[in-house]
Structure formats: C-alpha cells, structure tokens
Ligand binder design. Structure first.
Ligand code: MRU
Length: 364
C-alpha cells in the first residue's frame, strides 16, 4: 500500500542478500523508520518486541528469519543452527498460529540432507514465496469480502459504516491487510465507506496503526475509544463489523485482539453482521475449541503506562496513568465463539464459522 505516494510492503529485501527490511511499527504514527534484520535473532527480537506484529506478518518475518539463520550459519553446523533458529522463532509469541504455520511449512520443505548452499538458496526462495503468497491471500480476501460492502451500499445508498478492532490492515500483513482488504478495494472502486476505528487499548494498534494506514490511503475514518462501539451500534451507526484473527480453530472459534469478543456480543445484540477476515495461515486445523488457544499475557507496563507525542516538546513520551501499587492483568487476545461470528472471509471465499463451513473451503 502507499505511504505518501510510495508503495511499501511491511517486509522486503533489496540488493544485499544478508539484509531483510521491515517497517518499525513501534514508532508509528509519529515516525516512519525502517529496520534492518541481519540474523534469525534479529527476526526473533522484531517479533517479540513488536517491531513487527499482526498474525500474517509475524509468520512472514519468521520465514525470513529462517532464511537469515541459514545465510549466517556456520560452515560445519549449518543444519543444527537452522533447526535451533526455528525453535527459537517459534517461541517469539504464542497466540498467532501463522508463526507455526510458516516455520513448519518451510522446515518441511527444506531437508538438511543437501548442502549449506542449497539450503540457503532454497530458504531464500521459500521465504520470498511465502511473503508473496500472504499478499495474494490478502488480495483474495478483499475480492471475496467486497460483496458484503456492495450489498449494504446497494440497500442504503449512503456511505457504509464499518467498525474494526486493532490493526488487521496491511501493516499486520505483508500488503492489503485482512479486515481492511475489502475496505481498500471498495474505497478504490468508488464505493463510499467510513471506518470506525477502535483505539484498541492497551497498545492502541487501532489509533496508532489502522488510523495511520487509512489516513495515508485516504479512507474516511473516525477513531473511537474502545467502549464506544456498542453505543454506536445501538444508534444505527454501524453497518458491518470486520475484524482479523490471530488463530481460528477448525470449528470457527476466533482468537483476536483483546476486546474483539465484546464487539461480537454487541453486534449480535444489535443484529449487525460480524465478519472475521483471515487467511488460511491463521486457521489452526489441530484445534476444535477456542478455549484450547494459548492467550498471550503481556507486560503490565502496557496497562500502567501510555505512550504518545508530547506536542510541546515534539518527543514521544510514556506517562503513567495508574496509581502506584494498583495491580493489573493484561491478556493480549480473547476468543469469540463461532456462534457470534456471521462468517469467515478467507482467500477461498466466505464460509460459515463452523467445522463444516471451513471443511467445505479447505478440503485437506
Ligand atoms: O498484538 P498484535 O498487534 O500482533 O495483534 C494483532 C491483532 O490482533 C490483529 O487483529 C490480528 O493479527 C489479525 S490481523 C491480520
């Protein structure tokens, strides 16, 4: 997608085969900066410290991290080093299943039986291909999801109001996004859309990232505090809820950023369609119940403090917002049961959030 007229992806390589570049998302929207990853450990750190985040991008970064492990590997122990890197990368964050999906896919294809050089070559092509496939999955999600927006527009002939949570945009993926893919496509085709952007405490991925990318692409949007969504739904101000997913079970239970479940409850109570847009790399075919999904417990500092731009000094500052000594708990994700999900928008089409629905699209 575009930032000030230049096309970007979230992760890419240029001429140097030892360097993978990513946008440092910790600094957005206040500063646009690019970080160079030169080792598997750099990729691990980038995922763990949220330089990159969002399920599909976490997977793509792990894929490139595996390639960097091979590229940097020792002449003697190259195979052991790549295997060790895969294990470490897998531990970077627990909830997004895309991490496991990417690492298993690449490790399965790369057998340590060849030479170090052939492994480097293979992982180079596989990681680039993986990112490309993720772009195509997002693109297809847009093409399948746009019908929902068109349908609402055909009925109402006024801008379609879509509420989204967290950042399931192109910054969370490699390009286009998941929940935002149908929105960008509709906007580009001239269908008037307006997006309600949940700020998404504690890290504010909605306010900081979704608002940033929608602004840069010129999509009309309004940022709301997380607690405002239910009220807007009651007032008839929301036509459709579109969110992403970090891990969806084969039965259609959806883990996504904390707060998603409350939006699904409010949407259901108000008869508003609640759709989840996700690539197949976010489906965990091993799990049959959302309660089996490991939920990341994050640093209490994300609750006790907030970060923002100090307009007097033009510096980014962190301030404490809680009294000293108050306890906190900070689960990063919640699970929306399949029964509250109107449908899943995938690269293969839209299906019911159920085992039968998912099976019909993904036969293997
Ligand atoms: O903690 P984050 O920022 O990695 O969480 C991101 C989300 O929850 C997104 O909504 C999710 O990855 C789906 S996005 C394509």
């Amino acid at each position: 997608m575009r930032i000030d007229g230049t096309h970007y992806r979230t992760i890419w390589m240029e001429d140097d085969p030892g360097i993978v570049k990513v946008i440092d998302q910790r600094k957005l929207p206040f500063e646009f900066s690019v970080l160079e990853l030169k080792s598997a450990n750099d990729a691990y750190e980038a995922i763990a410290n949220m330089t990159v985040r969002g399920a599909p991008l976490i997977g793509a970064t792990a894929a490139f991290g595996l390639y960097l492990a091979a590229y940097q590997s020792n002449l003697k122990n190259w195979c052991e080093e790549v295997k060790g890197a895969a294990e470490k990368l897998l531990s970077a964050r627990p909830t997004a299943v895309n991490l496991r999906f990417a690492l298993e896919l690449l490790m399965e294809k790369v057998v340590c039986a060849g030479s170090r050089e052939s492994m480097i070559k293979e992982l180079f092509h596989l990681s680039i291909r993986f990112a490309e496939d993720e772009v195509n999955r997002s693109k297809k999600i847009g093409e399948h999801g746009i019908g929902l927006i068109e349908e609402i527009y055909a009925r109402s002939s006024r801008p379609v109001n879509i509420l989204t949570h967290c950042n399931a945009g192109w910054l969370a993926c490699v390009d286009y996004g998941t929940a935002t893919a149908p929105i960008y496509l509709a906007h580009d085709l001239g269908i008037p859309v307006h997006v309600w952007v949940d700020e998404t405490r504690p890290r504010n991925q909605g306010a900081r990232l979704t608002a940033y990318e929608l602004s840069k692409h010129g999509v009309p949007h309004t940022v709301i505090v997380d607690n405002a969504g239910g009220h807007l739904m009651q007032q008839g101000e929301v036509d459709l809820v579109l969110v992403g997913s970090d891990r969806t079970t084969r039965t259609g239970d959806v883990a996504n950023k904390i707060g998603t479940y409350l939006k699904a409850l409010a949407a259901t109570d108000n008869g508003i369609p609640f759709y989840v847009a996700l690539p197949s790399s976010s489906i965990d075919f091993d799990l049959s119940d959302g309660r089996q999904i490991e939920i990341e417990n994050r640093n209490p500092e994300e609750v006790t403090h907030m970060e923002g731009l100090n307009s007097e000094t033009s510096t980014v500052n962190k301030v404490r917002i809680l009294p000293e000594g108050s306890g906190t708990v900070n689960p990063g994700f919640d699970v929306t049961p399949a029964r509250l999900v109107s449908g899943l928008i995938t690269e293969k089409g839209i299906c019911e959030a159920s085992e039968q629905g998912i099976k019909a699209l993904f036969k293997k």
